[in-house]
Write a protein that binds this ligand. Structure first.
Ligand code: HMG
Length: 389
């Protein structure tokens, strides 16, 4: 029998600020329902000047280490496409902030929004080799597009941390997984840019094609039938994308779904993403957390997870919700992370968006702004200096 491996704990954090899409719609002169209904977004999380992926990753991971300790954690995989350094893994900055073990490998993973799923699957492989080990997987991103572009309302930010282990308490991963990769320029960010370049319509089509191809590969490998799943957790660059992709997938397989069927399959997964926005690598796992927090008892039921990262790589994988999972959830903390964000005004939003990092190597303190537990205190001698609040 295959060793049960999967998600033992899942925790998320987001930024200090939230921008209401009504504020953006007003400034852009568009009907707010284009955002609220058309793309399915009400707010986006926005990082304060003293936040980045390291501060939100630390905030997501700390509750996991507080609950489970460090025993057996010999690997930390941090997936991001908002890296703070071209060489050093962002996870290493977490050592002093949350007390990671020194007897561990710490690595950064990148493949657009797919990176977190790579981390999860690599973790499962390591645990299959040595079931006494546990792997901390963190997906953290701040999604940024140019101002006044169609991508702007799909910005957002969050980090999800997962403890992956044998005999998981929350989700046992199935052995079957479907894969698809292809070289496509739908969304990318050259090293000299802080905001992504995107061909929006191409990206929507590429996402749908990759989902269908990954699904076909999953089935060829012996995966479950579409009708078996209790819910579908999609990567959500904007929540409507999950609805579109699911309809496309069902129709490609000869189904003719009613809107209510799609809502039943997706609805609960969208609660957090709708107000957080795109969190790239974290988005799918935010959807999973939302589903677990909001759905009726899912014990013993199979879930489908669909990961897409532009460029592109997609994976269709599945898992079974474990007995007793509800006692391990962090529903109140998750809701508090979202509910405690400060409302952001448009002028400060633009200032934050256009701010540039100093590059002269001098000492640059960063004014305290976030109310979250970790902050970037200064950049000095080209080093990023973090502190706990
Ligand atoms: P757009 O072209 O400005 O929007 O941007 P639109 O005109 O297509 O309208 C969007 C929807 O709103 C449409 O619905 C409209 O009908 C509706 P649809 O036809 O699609 O069902 N609408 C309204 N609804 C109600 N009331 C109204 C109203 N007005 C219009 N008054 C676009 C859309 C997605 C192109 C843009 O947001 C964008 O470029 N986003 C960034 C790219 C993106 O998110 N792509 C998704 C797939 S790729 C992916 O997921 C990977 C990614 O996460 C990156 C990574 O992997 O790292 C992005």
């Amino acid at each position: 029998m295959t060793l049960p491996v999967g998600i033992h704990d899942i925790s998320f954090a987001t930024t200090h600020y939230a921008l209401d899409h009504a504020v953006l719609a007003d400034r852009l002169g568009v009907d707010v329902d284009k955002f609220y209904l058309g793309i399915g977004q009400t707010h986006m999380s926005v990082a304060a000047a003293d936040e980045d992926i390291v501060t939100i990753a630390a905030a997501a991971a700390k509750p996991i280490l507080d609950r489970h300790g460090l025993d057996g954690v010999r690997t930390v995989l941090l997936a991001t496409e908002t890296g703070v350094d071209q060489s050093k893994a962002a996870g290493l900055y977490l050592h002093p902030l949350i007390g990671l073990p020194n007897a561990a490998r710490v690595v950064e993973l990148k493949q657009a929004c797919y990176g977190g799923t790579a981390g999860l699957q690599f973790a499962a492989g390591l645990i299959a080799r040595d079931p006494s080990q546990r792997v901390l997987v963190i997906a953290a991103d701040i999604a940024k597009y140019e101002l006044d572009t169609p991508g702007e309302p799909t910005q957002g930010a969050a980090a999800v941390a997962m403890l992956v282990s044998a005999d998981p308490a929350i989700l046992r991963l199935d052995d079957h997984s479907g894969l698809y990769s292809a070289d496509i320029m739908d969304f990318w960010r050259p090293n000299y840019r802080t905001a992504a370049v995107v061909d929006g319509k191409t990206s929507v089509n590429a996402y749908q094609k990759a989902t269908q191809e990954a699904w076909s590969d999953y089935r060829r490998g012996g995966g479950r039938d579409l009708t078996e799943f209790a819910a579908f957790c999609y990567h959500q660059p904007f929540t409507k994308m999950a609805y579109k992709a699911h309809r496309h997938l069902l129709e490609s397989q000869g189904h003719n779904p009613e809107s209510a069927d799609i809502e039943a399959a997706i609805g609960h997964t969208a609660h957090y993403n709708r107000t957080v926005g795109n969190s790239y690598t974290a988005s799918l796992y935010l959807g999973l957390a939302a589903l677990l927090d909001h759905a009726d008892d899912l014990t013993g039921l199979p879930l489908a997870c669909i990961s897409y990262g532009s460029g592109s790589v997609a994976e269709f994988f599945s898992g079974t919700v474990q007995p007793g999972y509800r006692t391990h959830l962090r529903t109140a903390a998750n809701k508090a992370a979202i509910g405690s964000r400060a409302a952001l005004g448009y002028e400060r939003y633009r200032q934050l968006h256009e701010a540039v990092s100093p590059i002269d190597g001098k000492y640059h303190p960063v004014e305290a702004e976030t109310a979250r537990p970790f902050r970037l205190a200064a950049i000095s001698g080209h080093k990023r200096i973090y502190e706990s609040r």
